[in-house]
Every structure is written in structure tokens, then in C-alpha cells.
Design a protein around this ligand. Structure first.
Ligand SMILES: Cc1ncc(COP(=O)(O)O)c(C=O)c1O
Length: 403
């Protein structure tokens, strides 16, 4: 071992993960904006709406009544009671208070669950494309990611046959999101039932079902995989208030799971965070139990924007699109543009195209490679219709001028 290796400052586990690419692209966009460029960002992973007033008021009330102390690590009783009601009301899932853990965003909830379940070398099945953080979370836990490919032709959804083929004796966990980030795809009741039927035959596999986009769903129907057969005994149902209530900065996520897994997550966060923010927990109760009208208004706006973007993108020859039923992203396959050039520069992959959009037409996007599919680019439509119209037309122009 060399002298420098002996004195490395940063621990090896950090080399197993990378900075979130969505955050890195947002940074690049901000830097160009600061130079005065007319940048439109389609890289956001958050609603561009304000948190509804009744939720903000609950936080103000919590401050004024001095709800400012450490809370129980798994969350105050009232929020866990509210989540219990929500799981029954929206998902037909029966989770007791001791099966619910509230954390610092769904990201923290998922990380807890991965750390609680994955041992060195355990295999974790992840359908591609996937949310950026899944793979790095598994790597942090020393697990092995086993990817299952899906592309635009299957609406970015995997089939039961593919799922079963990926299972080995080392498979510990299956991790997915529906509605999906980045593809917007939503697995139907029957599609999830087919997965569940397979898992009934593999009782040692656990499931992280990331349902953070549950409410942002244009087909109106959401199914939780834990409702099927015996899966409630092996599923970690993840949800939170970030997306549905425009509360990304409040950092509240939660899980419903078995008592054993909930206890493990509680134990982990007792050492990491001591539980999450007390005031945000009070605000989240108002969100979960309160009026859902602001959420449905927001969903209507997203639906309209999706259609607006699709109507422009569909005019572009060579772009392959799915019809996303949820979340607020588009994930077109742009591979037919690879090999084309502009001003002597050739586009080889999704990152090149992303940089081309940024530098030529000032639109910030995220390369599909960040989500495990280098043929695609992710556009977030969490911005105004006016911005979207300009951005989509700029992208159209940029693609059409490639030769
Ligand atoms: C699929 C998915 N899961 C989880 C999260 C994390 O949400 P939170 O803000 O609650 O940590 C995100 C946020 O972008 C997401 O896209």
C-alpha cells in the first residue's frame, strides 16, 4: 500500500456512490443563468406550486404552541395515526402505529429500509429506468444491483417473465416506483398482481414499493402491491408529502411495513437523525388528513402540461414517446439522434444531447444515463405552460437542426 493510500481522507464507501445527476444538472443550469443566459429548467424533481395555506397554518400553530422538542424517533403519535388512516383510506392497507416510521423525506425512508435489509452481496432487483438514488443506496449498503431492462416500447415497464428470470437464491429485495420517476409509467392493478403472484413463490424476497407519486396519477387508480396475498408481510410501502402536497422542503416521508422492519428503521434513525422535524410533522398531519382539493387542482395542471408537451414533441420525427400516466416527467427515447452533428460536434449519447440542449438552446434536462437508460432524456414539466411551450419548441428546433 502506498503512503497516500494509507492516508486517504475520504472513506472507501464514498467511492461507491456519485453525486445525484439531477442535482448536478440543476447546478449547471443555475451557473449559466447567473451569467445572464435565458435558461429554462426542465430538471426539477419537485412541483412548482406553493404548499397549501392550511398546511402552512398547521406549522405556524405548531411553532406558536411550542412543538419544538425532540419527538419520538418514529414520529409523533398523531402523525402515525394520520398515516394509519391514510393507508386504510387510500390503499386499503392495515398498518398499526408500530408498523409506521416517519423519516426525513421518502429518500431517508428508502435508505433506512435498504440499510435495514441488505447484507454484503445481497442482490437487489431494480427495473430500469429507475430513480437516480436507488442504485447508490444499494451500493452504500454493499449490495449488488441486478437491473431489469424496460424501454419505450413496453411503456418502460418490465414483464412478469423478466422479473422471474432475474431472481436468484441471492435476491433479497425488489425495489420500484409506480408512478415512476423518470418514465411516468404506472403499473396497473393486474400488472402488479402478476408480480405479486411470482413473489408468493419466493418467500424470502422483500419489496420496497415507492409510492411517492401516488396522487400524481392521471388514470386516477393507484394500486399498492402490499394489498396482494401475503405481501403485506414483506413489503415496505413508502410514501410522503413532498410531491402530492408541494412540500419537498419540509422533508417528511414515511413507511408502512412489518413490525420487525419498522423497528429496525426506527433503530437506525435513532442514531442518524433522532427522528425528523417536529414542526414539519404537524404540517404533514394537516396535509394527510386535510382537504385534497389543492392536490387535485395541481394534478389537473400537470395533466394539462403533459398534454401540451406531448403535442409539441409528437411533431418531432425520430423521437419515441410513451404516454406517461403519472408523475411529472417525460422520458423520450432520443437514440435516433445519436451519431448526428451540429457545428462539427457529434452527439454520441444522452449526456452529449443534454449538454447540447443546455449550451445551444438553454434548456436544462437530465440525461437518461442517470436513470439507467442512455437512450433517453428526462424532461420535468413542473414549470409553467408558458415556459414549457418555449422549452419544447427550442428542443424541437435543436433536434431538427442536427444533421
Ligand atoms: C421516485 C422517488 N422516490 C422518492 C423520492 C424522494 O422524495 P422525498 O422528497 O420525500 O425524499 C423522489 C424524489 O424525487 C422520487 O422521485
Amino acid at each position: 500500500m502506498s503512503h497516500t493510500e494509507e492516508h486517504k481522507v475520504i472513506a472507501d464507501r464514498l467511492s461507491r456512490i456519485s453525486e445525484s445527476e439531477t442535482i448536478a444538472m440543476a447546478k449547471l443550469g443555475r451557473a449559466l443563468k447567473a451569467e445572464g443566459k435565458d435558461i429554462i429548467s426542465l430538471s426539477f424533481g419537485e412541483p412548482d406550486f406553493f404548499t397549501p395555506n392550511h398546511i402552512k397554518q398547521a406549522a405556524i400553530d405548531a411553532i406558536n404552541t411550542n412543538q419544538t422538542f425532540y419527538t419520538p424517533v418514529a414520529g409523533i403519535l398523531e402523525i402515525r395515526e394520520a398515516i394509519k388512516v391514510k393507508f386504510k383510506r387510500d390503499n386499503n392497507l392495515d398498518y398499526n402505529i408500530d408498523q409506521i416510521v416517519v423519516s426525513t423525506g421518502a429518500k431517508n425512508s428508502i435508505m433506512n429500509a435498504v440499510l435495514a435489509l441488505v447484507n454484503n452481496g445481497d442482490e437487489v432487483l431494480i427495473p430500469k429506468p429507475f430513480w437516480v438514488s436507488y442504485a447508490d443506496m444499494v451500493h452504500l449498503a454493499n449490495g449488488t444491483c441486478v437491473y431489469i431492462d424496460a424501454d419505450v416500447d413496453s411503456d418502460y415497464k418490465i414483464t412478469p417473465v423478466q422479473l422471474e428470470a432475474a431472481i436468484t437464491p441471492k435476491t433479497k429485495l425488489f425495489m420500484f416506483s409506480s408512478p415512476n420517476n423518470p418514465s411516468g409509467s404506472v403499473y396497473s392493478h393486474d400488472e402488479l398482481k402478476a408480480f405479486a403472484d411470482i413473489f408468493e413463490r419466493y418467500p424470502n424476497i422483500y419489496i420496497i414499493s415507492d409510492e411517492i407519486y401516488e396522487h400524481i396519477n392521471f388514470v386516477g387508480k393507484h394500486t399498492s402491491i402490499a394489498t396482494f396475498g401475503s405481501l403485506i408481510n414483506r413489503t415496505i410501502t413508502v410514501n410522503g408529502v413532498s410531491k402530492a402536497f408541494a412540500m419537498t422542503g419540509w422533508r417528511i416521508g414515511y413507511i408502512g411495513t412489518t413490525k420487525e422492519i419498522a423497528f429496525a428503521c426506527d433503530k437506525l434513525q435513532s442514531q442518524f437523525t433522532s427522528g425528523t422535524n417536529s414542526i414539519a410533522q404537524h404540517a404533514a398531519i394537516a396535509a394527510i388528513l386535510g382537504d385534497l382539493t389543492p392536490t387535485s387542482d395541481m394534478v389537473k395542471a400537470f395533466h394539462k402540461r403533459r398534454d401540451l408537451c406531448l403535442s409539441i414533441l409528437k411533431e418531432i420525427k425520430g423521437l419515441k414517446l410513451n404516454n406517461p400516466d403519472g408523475a411529472f416527467y417525460l422520458f423520450p427515447d432520443v437514440s435516433s439522434f445519436f451519431g448526428k452533428s451540429y457545428n462539427g460536434k457529434t452527439i454520441h449519447n444522452s449526456q452529449d444531447l443534454c449538454m447540447y440542449f443546455l449550451n445551444e438552446v438553454y434548456v436544462v434536462t437530465v440525461a437518461g444515463s442517470a436513470f439507467g437508460n442512455d437512450n433517453c432524456i428526462r424532461f420535468s414539466y413542473a414549470t409553467s405552460e408558458e415556459n414549457l411551450t418555449i422549452a419544447m419548441n427550442r428542443i424541437k428546433k435543436a433536434l431538427e437542426q442536427l444533421q
